[in-house]
Structures are given as structure tokens and as C-alpha cells.
Design a protein around this ligand. Structure first.
Ligand SMILES: *[C@@H]1O[C@H](CO)[C@@H](O)[C@H](O)[C@H]1NC(C)=O
Ligand SMILES: *[C@@H]1O[C@H](CO)[C@@H](O)[C@H](O)[C@H]1NC(C)=O
Length: 501
């Protein structure tokens, strides 16, 4: 539907709306609406056995989809409570979505093979990959490189940490006076630089044009979903401008040394990409560059949002600051500033995980698309083409899953460890049926290891170097909802100063 709005804008601006054109256009538009109504009805009939949350009737889909824009959380919560161990459907502007409820069905969904319930089909459709990353973009292959991205965090942690410190002091002055700022631009810069120090190293990770594109592409892409114009070509032009000479240099080195393993070969994204088998006959600059863009797309925006959410909680819970600082100092004494130290910061892990559970969860998560008709063991049938989701917010706020689910219990997940007598704590990166922030099963977000390392790396440095508080003493800044998406209040101003104690 956004495409239609845009089309109308383009037409209005171009003066194409002369009288004969208007009538052709309105006939076309009417045909489009009828077609849409018919297809939505057809889909609804196929899903007839699955109960609907929201209005019914001929225009029910439209009223429901409109309501979902502003009340998604409440609608999903209603379905979650009304149909335990079942499924329910909700109208959204992208069509019907069927929510899967209960552990048994979720488990069956997790186990279903990709040729039945497909993750890539679902993601391609929701992100409209064709528009955002181009129609040749191979989502499945883009995930292959994440092996390299995950494996090398410990080896390259010095670089990541160095960039975190540099970028934080560039963005947030270390001063004895309080500095007030809306943290998002600063945090997004820090995340972009730290991730790109890891991906492409110095000096490229500080190149303003590179940062600009990798950082803003993610934001723009989500604004333009479904539009006629995509930010892809202009972003790709910049990525290729910097990436192409690097690729040529690497290939020349390889030739010169007669080996893929030449001395001092950088351990970075380009190496990991080149070490993968090519998509076609051989690697192309365009393909390598588009994958460099996609790993940025995946990392920067979600990680920044999570960090802001946790930062807001840190401001309104000063009592956790002391405990976290103590843990950071102890682990760093033992392990130095290494990935091992970060991995051993269990309270910090719990606090991050708990703050995302409480106020960083979208209403829906884990999408799949039925590629064939799919039958659950309880008899519920999802016809081919059905979009499927799980009620993420509801799972994270169910009193059967979490004691006092509406309260922040900063070290909730450390207690789990104590109660289970030392079995390793359920860490933030570990998917769990009751914790679906990063998805479930084999399609859990492959970038989560890097994301959590960045989150813990940045937050631990903020805790060690700064005191933080909110400008207004009015409690936790209320997150904003639009459709199923929950984002922190970006207007909340945070004050930073050099740590005083
Ligand atoms: C960043 O991108 C915007 C457009 O997206 C452009 O106007 C601006 O000049 C760019 N800045 C740099 C440093 O490249
Ligand atoms: C919520 O959805 C938005 C848009 O799809 C996404 O950018 C964000 O990362 C999601 N948040 C979580 C915690 O999954």
C-alpha cells in the first residue's frame, strides 16, 4: 500500500493528472482496490479455521489492519491469552499474519524444514529484500559469512575495544560537567565505528563517507520499504568505491605470493568473504560489496536500539551501577580487557537480557512463511503462502515464564543459575523458547554473538568511564510503539559526566 501512496505523489508532482489520465488512473485504482479486496478475502477463506483477533466482516481486514498500526501489542496480547496452545490471525497492512501459540506448536515450527516453513521467504517478504538489497541478493548466502564474523571476535577484540573507547570519547565528552544529549546519534556512531573497525579496520572504519552510508542505509531502508526508489544504488556506489581497490589489492597479493595464505593477510570481513566459495563462477565486486552492506544493515540499527533501551534503565536504576562496576572491575582484573572478560560479565549479561525482555521486545518475532501447506500435530493447517509469527512481547511478559513479568529484575538470569545449582546461566545469546529476542532454532540471528559483544563492550566502557542520568526525573522513558515495533523514546535526553567515585 505505501507503493500506491507514492505513486499518487509522483503522479501529482509530475502533472500527469490531466483529465483523461485521471479517469484512466481512477479506473486502474478502483481495479486495484477490488483486486486487493478479492485476494484478501480469498486468503481469509483459506485461513477460515483460524480464529481472528480484530474486527470481522467484509471490511474487517482493513479496519483490523488499521487498528494493528496503533494497537498491535494489545491485539497480540489478546490473542495470546485467548488461544493458548492454538493459533490466531491478525490483519496487518502486509496481509494476514498467523501467530503461533504454546510450546508444542512453537517447537513444531522450530523443527519444520525450510522447504515447509521458510525463514528466508519470510524475511525477504517483510524486509522486501528485492527493493532494499536488490533482487539478486541471496539472503541465505549472506548468512554464510557470519561464521567468520562470529569466530573472530575474540582474536580481534583489542581492535573492537580500541574503537569503542576512541569513538565514545569523540561522541561523548569526558568532562566533570554534565553534558546533555539525545544518545541515539552518538550511540549509533559508536556502534557503526566499532562494528566497522572489526569488519574493515582502520582507516576505513573512520572514513566519514563510509560511516555515513553504512549507518544511514539501515535507517533509510526501513523508511523506504515498499517504495519506488531505493537507497541501494547510491549506497552501493560508495561501498564499491572503497571496497574495489581493497579487493584488487588482496587478489594481487594472492597472485604475487602464489597462495591464498600470504603473510600478514588481514583477518577481516573481506578475507572471510573471499574465503567463502563464490556465488557464481567467481567473486564479483558487486556481490562482495552488497554483503559488506548487509552485515552492517543487520548489526547497526538493532544493536543501537537495544543499547539505548538498556541505557535508559541504567539511568533510572542507579543501584545496579555499583554492582555492575564491581563485576566489570573484577573480571577485567582476572582476564584483562578481552572477550573472555566480556563473556564472564554475567550480571551485565543478565541486565542487558532483562532490559530487552521488559521493554525491548516487538509484539511479533520469529517469522516464517509456509511454502507448502503445513499441518501441526493438533490439526491446525497453515495453507501455503501463510505468514507466521510468534508473540514475542507476550512470551516475554507471561507470568508463567517470568515471575513478576512487569518488573525489572536486573539479575533475574543470574538467579536462574543459582537456582539450577550452577548450570551455566541462560545467556543473552542463547535462544530459548521463552526468550525469542534473536529468534529461535537454526535461524536464530547469526549476528547475535557480535551484537552482544558490542553491547557488553560499549556498556562496560560507559559504566567504567561515565556517570549517567536522565535529564528529567520522571522514571523510565516510555518506549514508542508503531505496528508491532517497539523503540525506545529517542527524545529522552541523557546526561553524561566523568565518573566521580
Ligand atoms: C551523508 O549522506 C547524506 C545523504 O544521505 C549526504 O547529504 C551527506 O553529505 C553525507 N555526508 C558525508 C560526509 O558523506
Ligand atoms: C523490531 O522490529 C524492527 C523492525 O522490523 C527491527 O528493526 C528491530 O530490530 C526489532 N527489534 C527486536 C528486538 O527484534
Amino acid at each position: 500500500m505505501p507503493a500506491t501512496t507514492d505513486l499518487a505523489i509522483v503522479l501529482t508532482n509530475s502533472g500527469l493528472l490531466s483529465t483523461p489520465f485521471v479517469s484512466v488512473f481512477s479506473i486502474g485504482f478502483a481495479a486495484f482496490v477490488v483486486h486487493k479486496l478479492v485476494s484478501v478475502r480469498a486468503e481469509e477463506n483459506k485461513l477460515g479455521a483460524i480464529p481472528t483477533v480484530g474486527p470481522r466482516g467484509f471490511f474487517g481486514f482493513y479496519v483490523g489492519a488499521f487498528r494493528y498500526l496503533f494497537h498491535a501489542k494489545a491485539m497480540v496480547e489478546h490473542g495470546y491469552r485467548t488461544y493458548p496452545d492454538g493459533a490466531f490471525k491478525i490483519a496487518t497492512i502486509n496481509g494476514w499474519v498467523v501467530f503461533i501459540n504454546g510450546k508444542k506448536m512453537a517447537e513444531e515450527m522450530r523443527k519444520a524444514p525450510d522447504d515447509q516453513l521458510s525463514f528466508t521467504h519470510a524475511v525477504s517478504e517483510t524486509l522486501q529484500i528485492e527493493y532494499t538489497l536488490g533482487k539478486d541478493f541471496d539472503l541465505h548466502r549472506s548468512q554464510v559469512v557470519r561464521g567468520g564474523v562470529t569466530k573472530n571476535i575474540a582474536n580481534r577484540f583489542d581492535d573492537i575495544r580500541d574503537e569503542i573507547m576512541e569513538s565514545l570519547s569523540d561522541e561523548i565528552p569526558v568532562s566533570d560537567e554534565w553534558t546533555k544529549l539525545a544518545p541515539m546519534p552518538a550511540i549509533r556512531n559508536v556502534v557503526t565505528r566499532a562494528a566497522n573497525r572489526y569488519y574493515v579496520g582502520l582507516p576505513l572504519c573512520r572514513e566519514p563517507e563510509w560511516i555515513n552510508v553504512t549507518m544511514n542505509f539501515a535507517v533509510k531502508v526501513f523508511l523506504v520499504v515498499g517504495r519506488l526508489v531505493t537507497p541501494l544504488p547510491s549506497a552501493m556506489k560508495v561501498i564499491i568505491k572503497y571496497f574495489e581497490p581493497m579487493i584488487k589489492e588482496r587478489l594481487a597479493k594472492e597472485e604475487e605470493c602464489g597462495s591464498k595464505d600470504w603473510p600478514d593477510k588481514p583477518n577481516d570481513l573481506l578475507t572471510w568473504l573471499l574465503d567463502e566459495p563464490p556465488v557464481g563462477e567467481q567473486h564479483t565486486v558487486y556481490d562482495l560489496a552488497s554483503r559488506a552492506l548487509s552485515v552492517n544493515l543487520a548489526a547497526i540499527h538493532p544493536t543501537s536500539l537495544m543499547l539505548i533501551n538498556t541505557l535508559h534503565h541504567l539511568c533510572v536504576n542507579p543501584e545496579v551501577v555499583k554492582a555492575l562496576r564491581q563485576e566489570i572491575e573484577e573480571t577485567v582484573n582476572e582476564f584483562g580487557w578481552t572477550k573472555a572478560a566480556i563473556d564472564n560479565m554475567e550480571k551485565l549479561d543478565s541486565f542487558l537480557k532483562e532490559t530487552q525482555r521488559l521493554s525491548g521486545s516487538n509484539a511479533s518475532g520469529v517469522s516464517r512463511k509456509a511454502v507448502k501447506d503445513f499441518v501441526f500435530s493438533n490439526g491446525i493447517v497453515l495453507p501455503a503462502g501463510t505468514m507466521i509469527a510468534c508473540p514475542a512481547y507476550s512470551l516475554h511478559h507471561d507470568e508463567n515464564n517470568y515471575k513478576n513479568p512487569m518488573d525489572l529484575d536486573p539479575f533475574r538470569f543470574c538467579k536462574v543459575k543459582v537456582e539450577s545449582k550452577g548450570v551455566t546461566q541462560q545467556q543473552m545469546v542463547t535462544p530459548h523458547p521463552d526468550y525469542v529476542l534473536f529468534g529461535i532454532g537454526r535461524h536464530a540471528c547469526p549476528g547475535r554473538y557480535l551484537a552482544v559483544s558490542l553491547l557488553k563492550g560499549i556498556l562496560s566502557h560507559i559504566l567504567i568511564a561515565y556517570d549517567v542520568k536522565l535529564e528529567k526525573d520522571e522514571g523510565f522513558p516510555k518506549p514508542q510503539w508503531f505496528q508491532d515495533v517497539c523503540v525506545p523514546d529517542m527524545k529522552a535526553q541523557v546526561l553524561f559526566r566523568r565518573r566521580q567515585d
